[in-house]
Design a protein around this ligand. Structure first.
Ligand code: NOJ
Length: 443
C-alpha cells in the first residue's frame, strides 16, 4: 500500500467557523428572532433559543475544545443588535463580552477572524427598511467603526459580510430568510447596498487599522451544465454562475454591478478586498426545463454518482472545492476557505468529505494558489436557520436539551490534520479507508 504525506505550508490557519445567532442563544432583538416566532418559517417550528449557550459562557469550553484539538484559529461573528440595540444606543457591556471572548481565543492560541455581518440585522434596522434603504451602508459603517475601534488591538482579520449572495437569494428572491420577499427590484437594491456597505466598512477599517486584512465570505456553488453537449445547459450554467458566484466580487474589481439585466455603477467598491473568502459546500448540475419558468428555466440537481449528506442537502463533490479555489485565485489575492463542511449527525460521510475536500485544498496549494487557511463549518452543531435543528454541521454534536457536547470521530480526524499540518496515508487509512485509492492511487 502506498505511503505518503501531503503537507500544508507553515503558518497555515486551521480552524472552525461559527456565527453569533447560530451559537450564542438569547438573541431577541434581531430580524431572525422575529422570523423564528412566525409560524411555518422554521422546519419543525424550531427556535434558536439557547443555541449553544455561548452568551452565558459556554464559548469558553468550546474554545477549549478547539484549542485542545490543535486548531489555531476561529472565525466568529459579532451580533449587531447586541452592540447597537437601538439606533441611538451602544451597549458597552456587550462589547466587553466580545472582547473577553476574543481575548479567550488569543489566550488559547486561536487567531480570530471576525465577521461583522452574518445574516442577522437589528430589528430597528429591518423596521427602517433593512438593506433596501439608501442609507443602510452608512448605518452598517457606524456599527462597524464602533466594533473595530473596540477590537483593533486583538483582531486584524475581518470579514465584512458573510454570503451576501445567499442573503439576497434567500431573503429577496425566495422566502427562506427574512424578509421573504420575492422581488427582483428589491433584490437588486439590496445587492447594491450590501456592496456599498462593504466598501464603506473596508475604508473605515483601513483608516483605523493599516495592517488589517479584509474580505467577504462568498458562498461559491459549483454550477455545471447537466449535459456538456447541450448549448442551452451550458448557457444556463454560465448564467447561474455569473449571477450567483460572480456578481459581488466582480463588482469589487470593476465597480460595475451586473445582475441579470440590471446594472449599477459602484466605483467606490473598486479594490476593497485584501483576500478572497470562499465558503464551498457542493455542486449542482444545471439543465434546461420549460417547466421551471420561475427559476429562469433551470432545473438543478446533484451529480448522480455523488454521495449525499444525511438530509440530502449537500452532495460530496470535492472537485468543486478545487474549482472554487481556481476561481478565487484569479483575483490575485490571498485566499481563505472561510467555510466548508457537511450536515451529518451520524458522522458517516463527514470523515470522507473532510479528507477529500482538504486533499483538493492541498492540490490547489501545489498550483501555488495563495491559500492561507481553512475554517471548518462548524465547531459544534448550531441553529441552521430555516432548517432549524434538523441539520448537524458540528465536529462536536450538541444535545439541545442538556447542552452536552458529543465528540464525533471527525473531531479526532481534524485534530490530527491540524496537529500534523498534513494529511497522511496512515490517517486516511484509519478514518476514511474508502477515500484511500482516490488520494493515494497505486499507479
Ligand atoms: C453558510 C452559512 O454562512 C452558515 O451560516 C450556515 O450555517 C452554513 N453555510 C451551513 O449551511
Amino acid at each position: 500500500m502506498p505511503q505518503a504525506t501531503y503537507n500544508f505550508p507553515a503558518g497555515f490557519l486551521w480552524g472552525s467557523a461559527t456565527a453569533a445567532h447560530q451559537v450564542e442563544g438569547g438573541n431577541a432583538n434581531n430580524n431572525w428572532s422575529a422570523w423564528e416566532a412566525q409560524p411555518g418559517r422554521i422546519l419543525n417550528g424550531d427556535r434558536s433559543n439557547l443555541a449553544c449557550d455561548w452568551w452565558s459562557g459556554r464559548w469558553s469550553e468550546d474554545f477549549d475544545r478547539a484549542a485542545e484539538t490543535h486548531q489555531n484559529a476561529h472565525r466568529m461573528s459579532i451580533e449587531w443588535s447586541r452592540i447597537q440595540p437601538r439606533p441611538d444606543r451602544w451597549d458597552e457591556d456587550a462589547l466587553d463580552h466580545y472582547r473577553e471572548m476574543i481575548r479567550g481565543m488569543l489566550a488559547r492560541g486561536l487567531t480570530p477572524m471576525i465577521t461583522l455581518h452574518h445574516f442577522t440585522d437589528p430589528l430597528w434596522f429591518s423596521e427602517l427598511g433593512g438593506w433596501e434603504q439608501e442609507n443602510a451602508p452608512e448605518l452598517f459603517e457606524k456599527f462597524a467603526a464602533h466594533v473595530v475601534e473596540a477590537l483593533k488591538e486583538y483582531v486584524t482579520l475581518w470579514v465584512t459580510i458573510n454570503e451576501p449572495n445567499v442573503y439576497v437569494v434567500s431573503g429577496y428572491m425566495g422566502t427562506d430568510f427574512p424578509p421573504g420577499k420575492s422581488d427582483a427590484q428589491a433584490a437588486f437594491a439590496v445587492m447594491r447596498n450590501l456592496i456599498r456597505g462593504h466598501a464603506a466598512v473596508y475604508k473605515t477599517i483601513k483608516r483605523i487599522q493599516k495592517n488589517s486584512a479584509i474580505g467577504i465570505a462568498l458562498n461559491y456553488r459549483s454550477l455545471k451544465p447537466a449535459s456538456a453537449a447541450s448549448p442551452i445547459d451550458r448557457a444556463l450554467a454560465k448564467f447561474a454562475h455569473n449571477s450567483f458566484n460572480e456578481s459581488f466580487l466582480r463588482t469589487l474589481k470593476t465597480g460595475q454591478l451586473r445582475f441579470s439585466t440590471q446594472r449599477a455603477g459602484i466605483p467606490e467598491a473598486i479594490g476593497t478586498q485584501d483576500f478572497v473568502g470562499v465558503n464551498y459546500y457542493t455542486r449542482d448540475l444545471v439543465q434546461f426545463s420549460p417547466l421551471a419558468f420561475r427559476d429562469f428555466f433551470m432545473k438543478r440537481f446533484f451529480p448522480k454518482d455523488a454521495a449525499l449528506s444525511q438530509s440530502g442537502f449537500i452532495a460530496n463533490v470535492p472537485e468543486g472545492m478545487f474549482e472554487s479555489l481556481k476561481w478565487a485565485n484569479a483575483f490575485g489575492l490571498p485566499i481563505y476557505i472561510t467555510e466548508n463542511g457537511v450536515e451529518d449527525a451520524a458522522d458517516d460521510l463527514r470523515p470522507r468529505y473532510l479528507i477529500e475536500h482538504l486533499h483538493q485544498v492541498w492540490r490547489a496549494i501545489n498550483f501555488n494558489y495563495p491559500i492561507k487557511g481553512y475554517f471548518h463549518w462548524s465547531l459544534v452543531d448550531n441553529f441552521e436557520w430555516e432548517r432549524g435543528w434538523s441539520q448537524r454541521f458540528g465536529l462536536w454534536g450538541l444535545d439541545v436539551v442538556t447542552q452536552a457536547r458529543i465528540r464525533r470521530p471527525s473531531v479526532d480526524l481534524f485534530a490530527e490534520i491540524c496537529k500534523q499540518n498534513a494529511i497522511s496515508s496512515d490517517l486516511v487509512q484509519r478514518y476514511a479507508p474508502e477515500s484511500f485509492n482516490l488520494l493515494f492511487p497505486v499507479n
